[in-house]
Design a protein around this ligand. Structure first.
Ligand code: MN
Length: 238
């Protein structure tokens, strides 16, 4: 029998208590999909980070802190949630190493925003506050997180469409930031009706997908969310 794919999961950071942690929902999403998730350490050494990119079969970039806007040339807005330069650095170095190895990637929420910034794009720092002009949907849902709240339209010529087989699905939404300028290395493959990028495909990877919603909180009820984890694990098994 084939070995299970080992998926490196980017650690979340509790900076107040100086602890790393991860929501079990990400780990269980991968386990249910037939993969073996492993929580990665906070490494600084770029050689060690390259070794991770070589040795693991695939990677999951998790949700969490805001990306430091200095990385995309903007001042910190007072709307900002916590930032973590240490986490930004690890993820930037690891993502660049993954690109060289062409390993499968799934990014979720912050994961998608971080990938856009690393590849040269920008973020809208505050889609809920004063700069929410044009936003008509509630992107910070008040209802339980395992219940989808808004539609997205999916591009037919895309990996996401290949995985889901639908051009419109319902997703949950818990973000106060969104993609501004899309990086050239990304293709927008899903948008909301108020025109936010809700999913991207990473052009230089055979399997590189990132989403603005939270499939890890949906997969028990929602087959589309389960399919995303399964697609990552299958791509990583090759
Ligand atoms: Mn949304």
């Amino acid at each position: 029998m084939k070995n299970k794919a080992i998926i490196g999961v980017l650690p979340q950071l509790n900076s107040k208590e100086k602890k790393i942690w991860v929501s079990p929902a990400y780990m269980n999403g991968i386990i249910e999909a037939g993969g073996l998730p492993v929580l990665l350490p906070f490494l600084k050494d770029k050689k060690d980070i390259k070794t991770l990119a070589k040795q693991f079969d695939g990677f999951l970039f998790t949700g969490g802190q805001d990306v430091n806007p200095s990385l995309y040339g903007q001042p910190l807005c007072n709307c900002s949630n916590e930032i973590s330069p240490k986490r930004d650095q690890l993820e930037e170095d690891l993502f660049n190493a993954i690109l060289k190895e062409n390993k499968p990637v799934l990014g979720i929420c912050r994961g998608m925003q971080l990938i856009n910034v690393v590849l040269g794009g920008t973020l809208k720092q505050d889609i809920l506050g004063v700069k929410k002009i044009g936003m008509t949907l509630q992107h910070d849902q008040k209802t339980p997180f395992n219940i989808p709240v808004h539609d997205i339209n999916i591009l037919k010529e895309s990996l996401l469409y290949q995985i889901l087989g639908q051009d419109k699905i319902l997703v949950n939404s818990m973000h106060h930031q969104g993609i501004g300028k899309l990086a050239e290395g990304l293709l927008s493959v899903a948008t909301s009706v108020d025109d936010l990028v809700e999913a991207v495909q990473i052009k230089d990877l055979d399997f590189g997908l990132a989403v603005q919603w939270h499939p890890e909180l949906l997969w028990r009820l929602d087959t589309n969310a389960h399919k995303l984890f399964t697609a990552l694990v299958k791509a990583a098994e090759k």
